[in-house]
Design a protein around this ligand. Sequence first.
Ligand code: IPE
Ligand code: IPE
Ligand code: MG
Length: 253
Amino acid sequence: MSQIKHVAIIMDGNGRWANQRIRPRIWGHVRGSAVVSDIVQSADELGLKALTLYAFSTENWSRPFEEVSILFRLLSKFLLKEKQRIVFNNIKFKVIGEIQNLPAETISLIKEVEDLTTNATGLNLTFAFNYGGRAEIVRAINIFHASHPEKEMTESDLTSLMYRPETGDVDLMIRTGGDQRISNFLLWQMAYGELYFTPTKWPDFTVGEMRKIIQNVSSRERRYGNVSAQNGLGDSKDSAEVNKASFLKGINS
Ligand code: IPE
Ligand code: IPE
Ligand code: MG
């Protein structure tokens, strides 16, 4: 069985895809949103438990007004078109990001689909919309300090205060469009995520390519700081603690 359970995707390259075809950038977004439906539908078949899609970053506000508006409209359109299928497929839907800054009708549609799927037990589908990884971390720290002003924060405190903690760490981050950067996406959750950059622009991305990427990445060895399993050494946090303790004992004695 694949070790890849949580896939996060930076759906990039819509604008360049359209420019290559001498069409407005917006056309790329329209075509790109059709691909989202295919990928979501295939998530079960690909064995995923969580799929997080980067749809609009906090930095994307700097784009031309017309482009920003079309991205909001496409989100609403997607939800209207897919909401029944999302419910039927037992998908638990949530948006992460600062949605209070979005148009009122977009917010109410998001809430509607979130509420409709609140008891779903299947795929955790997350749209990162008006999302920034740094903003998510700062928000979590502020929430923590407001309720525990005297306490020192731990990693698990911070993890539990992410927008959607139940989806956990990212196993695989795919970025389409050819650029090799993270662009402020899931910074905390990506600490040990495998990264895969494909030159395919998002409107050309297919379920078949995604399946191949998952197969390819599943064969990578994830060592989490340990040595290779072939060397047969240490396999847990416990052994790290034992090593640390005996090392310190040795140099302090
Ligand atoms: C990704 O495609 C979609 C969003 C960022 C909303 P782009 O619009 O960034 O496309 P390129 O990178 O300019 O080709
Ligand atoms: C990242 O793509 C954001 C989304 C795909 C929503 P961008 O196109 O905004 O990223 P940069 O500007 O190339 O880093
Ligand atoms: Mg881009």
